[in-house]
Design a binder for this molecule. Structure first.
Ligand SMILES: C[S@@+](CC[C@H](N)C(=O)[O-])C[C@H]1O[C@@H](n2cnc3c(N)ncnc32)[C@H](O)[C@@H]1O
Ligand code: SF4
Length: 447
């Protein structure tokens, strides 16, 4: 997910398209805004003003609509891919200049279907980045690939253009399910694309797979995942299918044409997947992400750890500290959503930033640190928390709150010399535990 329109949404199991929640809980706080702002601008996010950021590029077009998808994607009416390529370059240059970022640590081409973009587009965007910031040869450059014959045929050229990591949207190895989900590939396409991607970038290929599909049983899921694990590379993103309002799938489920597995079956599917992945040598490092041989997604890690990122393309989100009147102002930026308007704005104004959103309140920021940090199996280290909240450590904020103590006693949550994190069982229940933790935080921050 990942980043964003776009990495991925702060929903359990699901790809995050917006890396951070909007911080909508509004409460008073004991720490004055000025105090925390000072802390934030000095050192709050991992090196917020260090001049480093990751960069997300959103390709908004798809060949067709998958029945479950509510991402920001469009079926193109005409071929405007070369106009889109020019505009992506121009917006990349605008945002890099504005952000004053000197080093891009990772790039992620997501969508939509970025594997429909011509490889020269990828090359041009990477050239634009290199003209305005340093982009190390070793920097992770990922592209999401739909495993269709077209996607597969372009892998080699994408690789030559500078891509060094592929994220393949396999979703399922069951042809009837791929059809039901409206995918434009079958299992043979997926297997061939995966093999070709592994040949080109061994150790740097990820697969996206979804469970909780209509009619799926625990047995069939275990067989399917085992088959995938026999052929996949060193990274797996595992998503529970979310039925999104406004999608064709939503209608089919609502009208009773399709039925999803029961909640307990979904929980069992997640549990057995984690166990299988572990047996195959994968370490879980995030709610939905698993890696072998340390092949973690550095790009997504930057979001979960609250680093700076620049978002280019229709609907993309960014969060960085542009210099204004000599002063760094940290804020979120959202690009215009609809591609035709986005193109017009870039062509006429040189940029398509639609909204500039001030950072959430100090409490909102800590809520994000908590919600994002606990998705990681390593959790929130004391030092990391201290950067955002120097006035109260994790033990002071959470350790004494009775309902949190219950979570600690039950073993779902761990608070020790390393910091705060979920246990194996706790990670599966994170959504249920977060409200308690947020109340503890709010209670501590309120006068
Ligand atoms: C939005 S897609 C973009 C990449 C590419 N177009 C594809 O479909 O593979 C990124 C990933 O989000 C996940 N995703 C999208 N919609 C979802 C949903 N409703 N529930 C769970 N996962 C979803 C899929 O696993 C998909 O691989
Ligand atoms: S190909 Fe990917 S982005 Fe496009 S509709 Fe399907 S899931 Fe959504």
């Amino acid at each position: 997910m990942t980043n964003v329109t776009m990495i991925k949404r702060v929903l359990f199991f699901k790809t995050i398209t917006v890396p951070f929640s909007s911080g909508s809980r509004r409460c008073s706080t004991r720490v004055s805004t000025g105090e925390l702002k000072a802390a934030v601008t000095e050192s709050a996010q991992p090196s917020p003003l260090s001049g480093e950021a990751s960069l997300y590029v959103h390709w908004p077009y798809c060949l067709r609509r998958c029945s479950y998808c509510n991402f920001n994607k469009y079926i193109p009416k005409a071929d405007n891919s070369s106009i889109m390529a020019d505009c992506l370059q121009r917006e990349t240059e605008t945002l890099l200049r504005l952000s004053q970022v000197s080093s891009i640590t990772s790039v992620f081409f997501g969508g939509g279907t970025p594997s429909l973009a011509h490889p020269s587009t990828i090359e041009k965007v990477l050239e634009s980045i290199s003209r305005h910031a340093s982009l190390a040869d070793s920097a992770e450059v990922t592209i999401e690939v739909n495993p269709t014959p077209v996607g597969m045929s372009r892998l080699e050229e994408f690789h030559r253009s500078g891509v060094n990591r592929f994220s393949i949207g396999v979703q399922s190895l069951q042809d009837k399910d791929l059809k039901l989900l409206g995918r434009d590939h079958n299992s043979q396409h997926a297997l061939r694309t995966l093999a070709e991607a592994r040949r080109l970038c061994p150790g740097r290929v990820s697969v996206d797979v979804m469970f909780g599909r209509p009619g799926q049983t625990l047995d069939s899921w275990e067989r399917e995942l085992s088959e995938l694990l026999r052929v996949c590379d060193d990274h797996v993103s595992l998503y529970q299918l979310t039925v999104e309002r406004g999608t064709a799938l939503f209608k089919q489920v609502e009208q009773g044409q399709l039925a999803l597995p029961a909640e307990e079956v979904m929980a069992a599917m997640y549990h057995s997947a984690r166990t299988l992945l572990l047996q195959h040598g994968f370490q879980q490092y995030e709610v939905s992400n698993f890696a072998r041989r340390n092949a973690v997604s550095h790009h997504n890690m930057n979001y979960w750890k609250g680093g700076q990122y620049i978002g280019v393309g229709p609907g993309a989100h960014g969060r960085f500290a542009p210099l204004e009147e000599g002063r760094a102002v940290r804020e979120a930026r959202v690009q215009t959503l609809e591609p035709d308007f986005w193109i017009q704005e870039v062509q006429h104004r040189g940029h398509a930033t639609r909204r500039r959103i001030p950072l959430p309140s100090p409490l909102g920021l800590l809520e994000e640190v908590l919600a994002m940090g606990l998705r990681l199996t390593e959790g929130i280290a004391h030092q990391h928390w201290h950067i955002f909240c120097p006035e109260a450590d994790l033990r002071t904020v959470f350790g004494t709150y009775p309902d949190v103590q219950n979570l600690l006693l039950s073993g779902h949550l761990i608070l020790d010399d390393r910091g705060l994190r979920c246990s194996w069982d706790g990670l599966a229940l994170l959504d249920g535990m977060l409200p308690t933790l947020l109340l503890a935080l709010e209670g501590h921050m309120s006068p």
